[in-house]
Design a protein around this ligand. Sequence first.
Ligand code: THU
Length: 137
Amino acid sequence: MDIFKEYKDILDHAFSAMENAYAPYSNYHVGACVKTKDGKYHIGANVENASYGLSNCAERSALFATYSQGYRKEDIESMALVTGENTLGTPCGACRQVMVELLNGDTPVVIANRQNKAMVTNITELLPFSFTDDNLK
Ligand code: THU
């Protein structure tokens, strides 16, 4: 499967979101996009802060934007995450915890960079044995 062809539209949106990254401290630019089943794209970028710990990752920006518009996990078709770096920017631990709550376990998560590297995974693979609302019962 050519991931760049198969997921062209969502990746195009994620790469254009990456241009919006506000990352004056790390200079590490990340873009994300959530595609909902109604064909809409919801983008997010990392947004940093001089108080570093307040920075928000691209994945959470995109997912929170999607949920803020009323969509829920069953409405989501796929998610993409991109960087301009050489290595693939797999999601940080905090984002994985948010993703396990806000995405279905088997929803495709496409991770790509500008050097034509790409992979498709899902949050079950990214965060096995996760802590969820099941643990609270
Ligand atoms: N970042 C993301 O946006 N997503 C990730 O999964 C990893 C890290 C951002 C946070 C910070 O703005 C910069 O990348 C460097 O850590």
